[in-house]
Write a protein that binds this ligand. Structure first.
Ligand code: F6P
Length: 321
């Protein structure tokens, strides 16, 4: 393989730059030319493709966001646009593409790889949501988790001073992973995740009872996929014997320098993706499960839903009470 291209697509996540760096440097070490595609599939379609040189990936290992920019490209749903995109790759003799993003990005990749077998595609899971089957963690999840933990510590300071109950809404789209592990690691006093719905329907009673026993504050974690924290707080506030506040963490969870765990994950997956492309693999995603590098067909990511670990959920609920 003489030339490959890298793109990032969908929501950015901390560690995408680390993966770009690792993929590019690993490719250079194998004598492969590297191109960057700006704004995901939009750049592939609009021919916004440039050659990446070693200096371009120097000093980005710890930078949040993505140097390649990212976008969600609707036109890529149509085969005629994918044809134009494929031709833009061909004219630069690009034979392989590394797609860093979530399962939405993999669908476009799968179509491109099916229709244009001369262009090989390998996906790298990058999203803070940790909602991709076939890998224990996605790039960015650990950093986002640490961001939530920092926020929890700060909110708890003020919540305790005012003896309040806080409802904290965290991201995750349809997945409760970020909320669940924020609750476990941050000592949440309540948890609502989409996979389990409103399982803690006795929350107000639990809060009131422990307040009587001297607890000064409560922090309930709500995954955005369960519903709006504002609405949930509104529904419960008359039943809770303390003042109630809501914090929606929002896009702060997507930024920041990637954590050590995300940098290691991104570095391993970036290099592995190139190795797989050089070995002629196509239409696959790479991941790490139980500390082992894995590959699955791209379709695995949408045909299989990542399941919440029931034991971890039960533990979070037990300790939240
Ligand atoms: O998929 C990552 C994510 O941050 C989700 O957690 C969130 O629901 C969504 O993207 C937000 O998307 P946008 O940046 O388009 O508002």
């Amino acid at each position: 393989m003489k030339s490959i291209a890298i793109l990032t697509s969908g929501g950015d996540s901390p560690g995408m730059n680390t993966a770009i760096r690792a993929a590019a440097k690993y490719a250079f070490s194998k004598g492969v030319k590297v191109f960057g595609i700006r704004r995901g599939y939009t750049g592939m379609l609009n021919d916004d493709i440039f050659e990446i040189e070693p200096k371009d990936v120097s000093g980005i290992i710890d930078r949040g966001g993505t140097m390649l920019l990212t976008a969600r490209c609707m036109e890529f749903h149509e085969a005629k646009h994918r044809q134009i995109a494929a031709d833009n790759l061909r004219k630069r003799e690009i034979e392989g593409v590394v797609v860093i993003g979530g399962d939405g990005s993999y669908r476009g990749a799968k179509n491109l790889s099916d229709e244009h077998p001369d262009i090989k595609i390998v996906g790298i899971p990058g999203t803070i949501d940790n909602d991709i089957a076939g890998t224990d963690n996605t790039i960015g999840f650990d950093t986002a988790l640490n961001t939530v933990l920092e926020a929890i510590a700060k909110i708890r300071d003020t919540a305790t001073s005012h003896e309040r109950t806080y409802f904290l809404e965290v991201m995750g789209r349809g997945s409760g992973e970020l909320a669940l592990y924020s609750c476990l690691a941050g000592g949440g006093d309540g948890l609502f995740i989409p996979e389990k719905g409103f399982a803690m329907n006795d929350l107000a009673d639990v809060i009131n009872t422990r307040r009587k026993k001297g607890k000064l504050s409560d922090l309930v974690i709500i995954s955005e996929g369960t519903g709006s924290a504002t609405e949930i707080a509104e529904r419960l506030k008359n039943k809770i014997n303390s003042s109630v506040r809501v914090t929606i963490l929002g896009h702060v969870q997507r930024g920041g320098s990637p954590s050590a765990m995300d940098r290691i994950l991104a570095t391993k997956l970036g290099a592995f993706a190139i190795e797989e492309l050089i070995n002629g693999k196509d239409g696959i995603m790479v991941g790490i499960e139980s500390n082992k590098l894995t590959t699955y067909p791209l379709s695995y990511s949408w045909e299989n839903k990542k399941v919440i670990d029931d034991k971890d959920y039960e533990l979070a609920i037990t300790l939240a009470k």
